[in-house]
Design a protein around this ligand. Sequence first.
Ligand SMILES: Cc1ncc(COP(=O)(O)O)c(C=O)c1O
Length: 385
Amino acid sequence: MEKCKMNLLEIIEIIRKVYRQQQEHIPLHVPKFAGKEKEYLCDTIDSTYVSSVGPYVDKFEQMMQKITGATKAVAVVNGTCGIQVALRLVGVKPGEEVLTQALTFIATANAVHYNGAHSVFLDVDKDSMGLSPTALHRFLNEFAVKRADGVYNKESDRRIAACMPMHTFGFMCRIEEIVAICKEWGIPVVEDAAEALGSGIGLRSAGTFGDIGVVSLNGNKIVTSGGGGAVLTMDNELGNRAKHLTTTAKVPHSWEYVHDEVGYNFRMPNINAALACAQLEQLNKFLVEKANVYGEYNELFENHSIEFRRPLVGTYCNHWLMCIQLPDKETRDAFLKLSNESGVMTRPIWRLMNKLPMYLHSKADSQINAQFLEDRIVNIPSSVR
Ligand SMILES: Cc1ncc(COP(=O)(O)O)c(C=O)c1O
């Protein structure tokens, strides 16, 4: 036990070394406002355009397209509603199923539920912490059947309307394999890239591999608009549909109010978009600085018995939240207590969705890797210094 405590204290020392803070409280992740944030915010106030239309919304969408390479980026009020609408756009209807992971933030599962659909929770890969193509393949081979109007789950007799992998903490999952499997079956892919702005594989950005993807600009993310998100797609038509549906489905007209379907008021306000634009201008700087923090941690953990988690080879990671893997749940809990009590903020990975009261009855596979990770993964301070 004494040896274990020594080890845990050494981790805290490493974190304090990286953040050059021997005494002060070290938060998990804080935003950095070092650019034109105040100038752009004042500009929206001076112009009176603080609400759902304005030039910063258009500028934000163009910047997101340039950064991610998406054909179309649509600004939304947060990532959760972006996912909700993305699922609807690929055809998810009440009573249908969405294949996703249980090891995720609650928004992933809730967005399925908001559409009246059911999540089917499949296991993740231990190394990527994202949806496992092996688990997906296994599930489809065992339960799926192709019918005239789509792929069905033989057991539940529900249509499998979409698959939604998630890039945990900015680490890329095996998205290319997942997309290939889904293509074979004709199942659309919605990429929950909420945490992964700036991550990718080769020249391709997270959120642009599937039919549609969503990033979040919540206050805890790599860049923030206060609250906000963007729906990304390489399909122009789907992008136009996303814009229409998230802006109350209003038929464009200078003064008439005509709406042609039940849309949503998911518009990102111009004042938030102004903040987002100033933040996006600094994204590259943040990515470089985060890579530096990652590099320092990586070096300091090199000869340590605790595993510092690294992205899959061949992918690049935005290092939004960095994490360590402790040997077991008992040590994890001891570390969480010790670090938080000593002013170094850390937090465990999420409780699996299928163990929460509202999703207890959802279908789930073995969750062997997800449970392994739930018991061991802890996020450590990862802010831009
Ligand atoms: C995996 C995941 N999905 C969805 C969301 C939802 O994003 P938002 O907070 O912008 O609604 C978040 C983040 O908060 C997230 O981490």
